[in-house]
Design a protein. Structure first.
Ligand code: CP
Length: 312
């Protein structure tokens, strides 16, 4: 692959290759071996048109740990604010010969469009409600390490599915790896194309969580509910917020996940989020750095193989 735009084009063996390499980086990161020259001489530009804590920080750390020159574009201070289009901005950067472009954008499909216009490898750091591939990969690595496998698991994805690129990428990845996927949430927050996903749908947490191995919570994404129905936080927490009582329906060793940023007391009880025996939320963040290191290394290797004179 020349880019990482989504999970959709990846095969199960592509996914396994990224996770296997990421596993090696987890061990190196833990042993404080945080520098290599895998991306030495390459320039990585991060363009975030939407807020980010985890994704931007981990892409930056991942690039630096692999020896790339990393530049974070301050999009609030960029010429986008003067009316320049996304494509003109991208073409301008392209003329400076970056090797890796990491892009987050509020519009679904914007990152794919940009990838068609530039010469470098593009990594999607989240586009609208479309895809967030590195999030799904880091979630997959977290699950694989916690459960010892990434197939034949019962996985519940809960909450605001309709507005979630995290859910879309996870449904695709976990489906490709042959897991049983349940979506739990209010019918108003289920996507219209749900029939195409091959998943089970529930609007009752107790029923949907029955005997699952993995409970993946999602943030209520009010910023994407433009003009639509916004549930009250109290009512939402009562029906769909993960608390100890609801979690009791899952398997005894079920893990609890959340991609962050998390709204405590809205979609998840703070005590559950902090329970180190159940919650793997901090592991997810740790896996994020390793997965992004692996994804960038594989793309750089692929580009070197295609044009060795350019990326010697
Ligand atoms: N999970 C995630 O994408 O978090 P950020 O928005 O902080 O990057």
């Amino acid at each position: 692959h020349s880019h990482l735009l989504g999970i959709e084009p990846l095969t199960p063996s592509d996914i396994t290759a990224i996770l296997d390499l990421a596993d090696q980086y987890v061990e190196l990161n833990r042993r404080d071996v945080k520098h290599s020259n895998v991306l030495a001489g390459l320039t990585q530009v991060n363009m975030f048109f939407e807020n980010s804590t985890r994704t931007q920080a981990s892409f930056e750390l991942a690039g630096k740990r692999l020896g790339a020159d990393v530049m974070n574009m301050a999009m609030q201070a960029s010429s986008i604010k003067k009316g320049e289009t996304l494509i003109d901005t991208a073409m301008t950067l392209n003329a400076m010969h970056p090797d890796l472009l990491v892009v987050r954008h509020p519009h679904s499909g914007a990152v794919d469009l940009l990838a068609q216009k530039v010469n470098c490898a593009v990594l999607n750091a989240g586009d609208g409600r479309h895809e967030h591939p590195t999030q799904a990969l880091l979630d997959a690595l977290t699950i694989r390490r916690a459960k010892g496998r990434l197939h034949r698991l019962s996985i519940a994805i809960c909450g605001d599915i309709a507005h979630s690129r995290v859910a879309r990428s996870n449904i695709m990845l976990l489906g490709k790896m042959e897991n049983r996927i349940r979506l739990i949430g209010p019918p108003t927050l289920m996507p219209s194309e749900i029939g195409a996903f091959g998943v089970e749908v529930y609007d009752d947490m107790a029923e949907g969580l029955n005997d699952v191995d993995v409970v993946m919570m999602l943030r209520l994404q009010k910023e994407r509910m433009d003009g639509g129905f916004i549930p009250s936080e109290r009512e939402y927490y009562h029906r769909y917020g993960l608390d100890a009582l609801k979690l009791n329906h899952a398997k005894n060793d079920a893990i609890v996940m959340h991609p962050g940023p998390m709204n405590r007391g809205v979609e998840i009880d703070g005590e559950i989020a902090d329970d180190i025996n159940r919650s793997v939320i901090q592991e997810q963040v740790e896996m994020g750095v390793a997965v992004r290191m692996a994804a960038m290394e594989l793309l750089a290797r692929n580009r070197r193989a295609k044009s060795p004179e350019v990326m010697a």
